[in-house]
Design a binder for this molecule. Structure first.
Ligand SMILES: Cc1cc2nc3c(=O)[nH]c(=O)nc-3n(C[C@H](O)[C@H](O)[C@H](O)COP(=O)(O)O)c2cc1C
Length: 198
């Protein structure tokens, strides 16, 4: 029942060094651009770095925590994502900005999966450093770095990462997540459902 794009997606650490075609990178960003957002604010912004092309990639990479640097260095594209805190129209706080950015990244990720590309999102980066390196204005919040690329050879990863990569993917059961009547009361809809896994 699960659509193959969703079933196929996961967050790999083994990326191939094969470059991503420019039109494919554009299509990922288009997928994000066409996402829904509160008041159609489109609060997402992206800084895109392709490995070996200018300094952008290296600067994004520099902002990553060390454990992420260990594997993210193989990804051919790194994207720094940001959310705009205030509505352009009235400068009120946009409490949905991060929600909207997450949704845009979900769309980007599905577009990537359709192109046989993989995305690995990271919260493990230094947002102050990213702000400084890229002169990001105060009204924008650096939210994540995402690595994008084709799948690579698992065996080339350092041992500590290789074993993590082989771990079974786990999810909470629907019965823990879906309610009716009151919060925490499992919905009849999902009582007999099993986890769906890769
Ligand atoms: C907001 C966010 C931050 C994340 N941060 C990191 C990170 O810093 N390092 C990392 O290796 N994975 C990170 N991940 C990946 C998650 O660990 C991963 O999505 C989760 O374990 C589920 O695995 P799956 O994506 O393969 O289904 C992050 C994912 C999200 C959505």
């Amino acid at each position: 029942m699960l659509h193959e794009l969703i079933a196929k997606r996961y967050s790999p650490r083994a990326f191939s060094d094969k470059k991503i075609e420019q039109e494919k990178i554009i299509s990922l960003l288009e997928a994000a651009r066409w996402s829904p957002s509160s008041m159609n604010e489109q609060p997402w912004r992206f800084i895109v770095g392709a490995k070996g092309e200018g300094k952008t990639y290296d600067k994004i990479y520099e902002s990553l925590f060390e454990l992420n640097q260990l594997w993210a260095k193989n990804a051919p594209v790194l994207i720094l994502t940001m959310a705009k805190n205030n509505y352009e129209k009235n400068n009120h706080t946009n409490t949905h900005a991060e929600y909207d950015l997450g949704q845009a990244i979900a769309n980007l990720t599905l577009q990537a999966t359709a192109l046989n590309l993989y995305v690995h999102q990271m919260g493990g980066f230094n947002s102050d450093k990213a702000r400084e390196l890229f002169n990001i204005p105060a009204e924008f919040k650096p939210m994540s770095v995402i690595a994008v690329g084709y799948l690579g050879d698992l065996e080339k990863l350092p041992e500590q990462l290789r074993s993590r990569e082989k771990n079974k993917r786990e999810r909470k059961r629907l019965s823990e997540l879906v309610f009716d009547e009151s919060f925490g009361h499992t919905s009849k809809l999902v009582l007999d459902q099993n986890n769906v896994s890769r």
